[in-house]
Design a protein around this ligand. Structure first.
Ligand code: IMP
Ligand code: MG
Length: 179
């Protein structure tokens, strides 16, 4: 796998440190609230696991799976719900955990979808942000790192379902997806 990575952006230690920092801030901000952490499968799974491990207040955990049509390096803009929440979120404080915000289409759609369910609040934490490619306006409350306009993999993030198990985050060599 390593030979397919052009450049390592964030080491495993750097990621852990940032995730601890985010978890501390979240634990502080959500004191006395009814927090439900919602991981978006599958990309956020490693980030979500490390984040909740470091959240020091009471919280529930749930997951959703969404898919944008197509399997290329571009999002199509059409979002499909593959797995919905297990429980009722009415009156709760929802924190959506995402791996990377690119065009913003996926989260914009999800926010609209969840807003109809009368949660007390809905916010987003994304490990990575790729602002250069944003197509829709989106308010992301917590961001780990900004990344350049390149194809990123590792720490849960995939290319065609591969590279999710890399413990670090890096830029994939263009030769890999141009093949
Ligand atoms: P958006 O709807 O364009 O914001 O796309 C968000 C989703 O596209 C993320 O949750 C990722 O699954 C995927 N994605 C966006 N950029 C990358 C990338 O650089 N590498 C891998 N997946 C990406
Ligand atoms: Mg994703």
């Amino acid at each position: 796998m390593k030979e397919d990575i052009k450049e390592v952006l964030f080491s495993s230690d750097t990621l852990s440190e940032k995730v601890r920092e985010l978890a501390e801030k979240i634990s502080e901000d959500y004191k006395g609230k009814d927090l439900v952490v919602v991981g978006i499968l599958k990309g956020s799974v490693i980030f979500a696991a490390e984040l909740i491990k470091n959240i020091s207040i009471q919280c529930e955990i749930d997951f959703m799976a969404v898919s944008s049509y197509g399997n290329s390096t571009e999002t199509s803009g059409v979002v499909r719900i593959l797995k919905d929440l297990d429980s009722n979120i009415e009156g709760k404080d929802i924190l959506i955990v995402e791996d990377i915000v690119d065009t913003g289409t996926t989260l914009k759609y999800l926010l609209g979808y969840l807003k109809a369910r009368k949660a007390n609040s809905i916010e987003i934490v994304s490990l990575l942000n790729k602002p250069a490619r944003r197509k829709v306006e989106l308010d992301v409350k917590y961001i780990g790192f900004e990344v350049p306009d390149a194809f990123i993999v590792g720490y849960g993030i995939d290319y065609a379902e591969r590279y999710r198990n890399l413990p670090y985050i890096g830029i994939l060599k263009p030769e890999v997806y141009e093949k």
